[in-house]
Write a protein that binds this ligand. Sequence first.
Ligand code: 4AD
Ligand code: MG
Length: 478
Amino acid sequence: NKRTKIKVLLESDQANYETTVMGWVRTFRNNQFIALNDGSTNNNLQVVAALGLLDDATIKRITTGACIKATGTVIESLGKGQKVELQATVIEILGDSDAEKFPLQPKKHSLEFLREVAHLRFRTNTFGAIFRVRHSLAFAVHQFFNDRGFVYMHTPIITGSDAEGAGEMFKVTTLPLDGTAPKNDDGSINFKEDFFGKSTNLTVSGQLEGELAAMAFSDIYTFGPTFRAENSNTTRHLAEFWMIEPEVAFNDLEDNMNLAEDFIKYIIKYAMDHNADDLAFLAQRLEEEEKQKPQNERSEMGLIDKLKFVVENNFERLTYTEAIEILKESNHNKKKKFQYLVEGWGVDLQSEHERYLVEKHFKKPVILTDYPKDIKAFYMRQNDDGKTVAAMDILAPGIGEIVGGSQREERLDKLVQRMEEMHIPTEEMNFYLDTRRFGACPHAGFGLGFERLVLFVTGMTNIRDVIPFPRYPKSAAF
Ligand code: 4AD
Ligand code: MG
């Protein structure tokens, strides 16, 4: 089973050698020319069947979507658009694809429709490019942290704690759902002891477990699936998404911001260096999409320029309080003033406010710090003003929040007090609080929503289109 990947074959300067390729037929013209794709690139290899090589029965079986194996000689191509082609001497059908039942027509399909044909979605140029870029970004995540001596830590998917305290968890249960499960007085199932006697859910974040590891390895990161049971039908939320969460002992908020900014720039640059073809394809796709919009809604920069800009410029850093001042002063929308003018300091930012700051005011990624403590999680370090915490959110143009993080509250008394104020049961959290009892130290970390980053880098609009198998309320394909 020696085969050459089509990308390698097309990019090599060599010709006049014998090889084998395998892949799926995109088109078949004149009973002779096969455009073959194996997913290594969006560029197809032209496989030429010499006249007389194929009998009528075989010709009928070379249909769009069929899987074939072709052996022959790589020669310089006379046709335009490709340097080389394969002059086939043997063509074998590995898997038929019934032309009458094949769900994809040679026209453009909507992204929504493609979500329903999960197996063929991968074979389109758009999703080919997206998932190769996604792969590179994931690889770059490991490269970045490995180069800096971080330990990759696998945190549990089944857990008893609600790391964000937001109550957006999916329950995990071993209880029989046939009516024999233990019941509460009101007849409902007693889910308190659903996991062999313990209450558990799917993780919303690996942070708390990550903090335990950072208190031993100093620098760690997690990269795994996380789950949120929010019924959010938006283009930015998934029920299952991947998150990267570094946690670093001895770092303060500024170190944390520097790490996050370096990290984001590094992985974007990595994709630009290693996926130039796919990004060019996606840039072209975006440009066509932009042309459908009215002039005043089109983005000023193309995808590649936008990515270059982010990699080459500093993110803007300011406090939540400063951001509120900017929003108050902006006469951005005279008819419908921002909510702040009514509600004032202390409220959470809505996406329209974030977008104003990032897209209209600063026109670059923004790091907002020092949020009011009442709109942030219990574990964030309390600032001396008694009102704010050492939080940081990174907002990206066109996306909004891509990172949430903070310096952590390492002082046991302050942490316990805050948990009590927020009605978080401390007795169940001793596994976590013990880090503050035995050799606590200042530390900080953040979580990057991987799909939000992939969304940003690929220029796609819906987060469902940048994960291979999206899970959201009423997901089409499972
Ligand atoms: O801001 P969040 O909730 O922060 C945490 O979970 C912290 N424990 C992270 C940490 O400090 N270690 O989530 C972090 C990021 C968000 O900024 C966003 O990019 C992404 O995760 N995110 C989602 N992405 C897709 N779908 C959802 N439902 C998401 N919820 C959060
Ligand atoms: Mg957040």
